[in-house]
Design a protein around this ligand. Sequence first.
Ligand SMILES: NC(=O)C1=CN([C@@H]2O[C@H](COP(=O)(O)OP(=O)(O)OC[C@H]3O[C@@H](n4cnc5c(N)ncnc54)[C@H](O)[C@@H]3O)[C@@H](O)[C@H]2O)C=CC1
Ligand SMILES: O=C(O)[C@@H]1CCC=N1
Length: 268
Amino acid sequence: MTSQTAIIGAGVMGEALLSGLVRAGRRVDRLMVGEKRAERAHELEERYGVAVLDNRSAAEKADTVALVVKPQDMGDLLDEIAPVLRPGVLVVSLAAGITTAFIEARVPEGVAVVRVMPNTPALVDEGMTAISPGSHCTEADLAEVETLMSSVGKVLRIPERQQDAVTAISGSGPAYIFFVVESMIEAGVHLGLPRSTATDLVIQTLVGSGRMLQETGTHPTVLREQVTSPGGTTASALRELEVHRVRAAFLAAMEAARDRSRALAQGS
Ligand SMILES: NC(=O)C1=CN([C@@H]2O[C@H](COP(=O)(O)OP(=O)(O)OC[C@H]3O[C@@H](n4cnc5c(N)ncnc54)[C@H](O)[C@@H]3O)[C@@H](O)[C@H]2O)C=CC1
Ligand SMILES: O=C(O)[C@@H]1CCC=N1
């Protein structure tokens, strides 16, 4: 890929994308960053040797413009860069909730828009990204975004109507997993294990379980049953999780995330 890519908004997710592209071998002179915090901009220039420009200059020079600001900042950002977006430019939004229709209403005709929901494991090239085309998007545009996001992990094409649910499951998902990890470590400490021992045990259990899911292709219910010996320790623990309605709590949590994604689209 020889085109110029601008990343506007270089916080957690913007840097995950930037660093992934650099790790994947993208030449730094084919990347640009727009970042409003001067200190952060300087940090990224130092760390990656990437050019940090004002948003309009970055958007004007780029063939692909990735928007990685908070959903609440998206309207103002689009108003700022729309006048310099050329027809044929590809706009890629990574913001939760923001629809392609919202963006298309604010950019010139002929600008293709793709909505993307990544997650932070992109930082270690194990991201899960879902992409959806806007109404003027070609197969080539979508393939371009697929290539862009494959540099940081897996990519799935989905209809845009599924994006709020995807945001609730994989976009926010790493936070739930880290929450479970934190909770298990604290439980280990409560049971008298040194914190470092509990941390090692939980992290390797998570990594091993993830690899089993990925490599065996076996359904999680079957894998869970294999651990659950009749009358044993696991059955006792799982009964407590059911008593405390953990399954129902996960469902309620993800419904709340899905609803929040929808609300962000309305600007709240
Ligand atoms: N953090 C995550 O796990 C994920 C975040 N996202 C989406 O990515 C977007 C960014 O999220 P984070 O990186 O977590 O937030 P963040 O707050 O870490 O980064 C946003 C960055 O945008 C900059 N910014 C704000 N307005 C700007 C403007 N007008 N011009 C240039 N830079 C500007 C801020 O200074 C900041 O560095 C959000 O829309 C979020 O929904 C999507 C998936 C996962
Ligand atoms: O919490 C958020 O709104 C963003 C979107 C998905 C993950 N983080």
